[in-house]
Design a protein around this ligand. Structure first.
Ligand code: NI
Length: 180
């Protein structure tokens, strides 16, 4: 379909609560998911939420395949390419772990963000088929990051100590880092 412009932090469209999808398998939803995939691939992202391309619906995609050799997240565990509509996250406990995150809407920066270590997520794929997974680690992190976009939350809002927020090339002079 098309690579779309990704909205950047400061755009009020990133701060809205996105609306539930009510119809599955429609040409519109298919086109949205295709645009999201094209955009994420073009920017080497690990995930993308519909509000980031200006569509105020509860739709996210994510995926990180080591086999693709994506230079932005060489250390990330493999996460299957997933389209998730109307997602609901249920953490298993309050246990959190901190790790570095980036975001295609906050280019060039990284922050240390606490996330639930293990969770169950449920929702539907683009055709309405149920998705129900229990995940941990990077997979759990990327789901939380993307679903936050659906509630108008960008990762800098979750950084506990803003000393752990900075420019990628300063924080990681030698390494590639992922953006979500
Ligand atoms: Ni993001």
């Amino acid at each position: 379909m098309a690579v779309k412009e990704v909205l950047k932090m400061g755009d009020v469209r990133l701060l809205r609560r996105a609306q539930e999808v009510t119809s599955f398998g429609t040409p519109e939803l298919r086109a949205l998911l295709a645009d999201m995939h094209d955009t994420m691939r073009a920017l080497d992202g690990a995930g993308l939420a519909a509000p980031q391309i200006g569509v105020n619906l509860r739709v996210v995609i994510f995926g990180a395949e080591k086999a693709r050799g994506n230079p932005r997240y060489p250390d990330a565990a493999e996460v299957p390419l997933t389209a998730l509509v109307n997602p609901v996250i249920t953490p298993f406990s309050d246990a959190a772990e901190e790790d570095w995150e980036g975001c295609l809407s906050v280019p060039g920066l990284r922050g240390l963000v606490p996330r639930y270590a293990r969770l169950r997520y449920r929702g539907n794929d683009g055709h309405g088929a149920p998705v129900d997974r229990t995940v941990s680690g990077f997979h759990a992190r990327v789901v939380q990051h993307e679903c936050d976009h659906l509630d108008g939350i960008l990762y800098p809002m979750r950084i506990r100590d803003l000393r752990n927020f900075g420019f990628t090339e300063v924080l990681f002079p030698d390494g590639a880092q992922r953006e979500e």
